[in-house]
Design a protein around this ligand. Structure first.
Ligand code: 5GP
Length: 233
């Protein structure tokens, strides 16, 4: 079937089912907007495993997504959506670009979850936008933006509680949303350690893509250790 789109971590194919696409998780790992890259055998399998599991978990908590079914080690079927070109970032603890941008120490716990919205444009380095930009530039309407934020905070609550069971702190994450042909807004893209920060609550050991970005530990072994810890296989 026709390849419709190839991103840094996934390929998207058409299927012969109306409004259904096939996503293939790739073995490539990238960071810093593609400046650092590597091919890591087994990464596609692990991220398909995580993403399918988290989409299922979120659906059980009433959060609908584009995810339909895992169909092989590296592939899943999803509902076709038009991606809203926003990276919705939720931060519970200051880390990464926020810590760097404002000079606060990584690990500083914030009073409440902070939402950041970035324009999904690799060529521009995904610049941060405020609500006015998003509405005035027709990226999303006022009501859509409200819905995205509400959903993002609900997803944060569910995931924080889930990871707490395994003594893991959800530091931050990035999600994307898409619109179906009927105009429904669904969580889309992926939910995996590529798109979040997860620290052991006691030792602060990292179980996310920062191990690759910062050359801390091998990515595949780290993701496998996380899958084992969560009992996902
Ligand atoms: P930061 O802005 O600190 O780099 O990222 C905040 C959170 O969003 C982290 O969990 C990070 O993994 C995720 N994130 C932000 N932008 C991207 C992106 O372009 N790709 C991926 N995979 N994750 C992102």
């Amino acid at each position: 079937m026709e390849l419709l789109y190839e991103g840094k971590a996934k390929k998207v194919y058409a299927t012969d089912i109306k409004n259904v696409l096939r996503i293939e998780y790739k073995n490539s790992a990238t960071a810093f907007n593609g400046v650092k890259k590597d091919v890591i055998e087994g990464k596609g399998i692990l991220n398909n495993l995580f993403s399918s599991y988290f989409f299922d978990l979120l659906r059980k908590e009433g959060i609908e997504s584009h995810f339909l079914q895992k169909i092989s080690d590296t592939e899943q079927l999803v509902t076709q959506v038009t991606i809203i070109p926003l990276e919705v970032i939720v931060r519970n603890v200051a880390a990464g670009t926020l810590a760097k941008r404002i000079g606060v120490e990584e690990g500083h716990i914030m009073k409440f979850p902070v939402i950041e919205l970035c324009y999904k444009r690799d060529d521009l380095g995904d610049p941060m936008l405020n609500d006015d930009h998003i509405i005035a530039l027709d990226i999303a309407t006022f009501d859509e933006l409200k819905e995205l934020k509400q959903k993002a905070l609900r997803i944060n609550e569910v995931l924080i509680a889930y990871f707490k069971n395994f003594n893991l702190d959800l530091i931050d994450f990035k999600i994307e949303f898409g619109k179906t042909a009927d105009g429904e807004i669904l969580l889309a893209d992926e939910v995996s350690p590529d798109t979040c920060r997860l620290w052991d609550a006691t030792t602060k050991q990292k179980f996310d893509k920062d191990v690759f970005r910062r050359d801390i530990a091998p990515l595949r072994e780290t993701y496998q250790a996380l899958a084992d810890k969560l009992g996902i296989s």
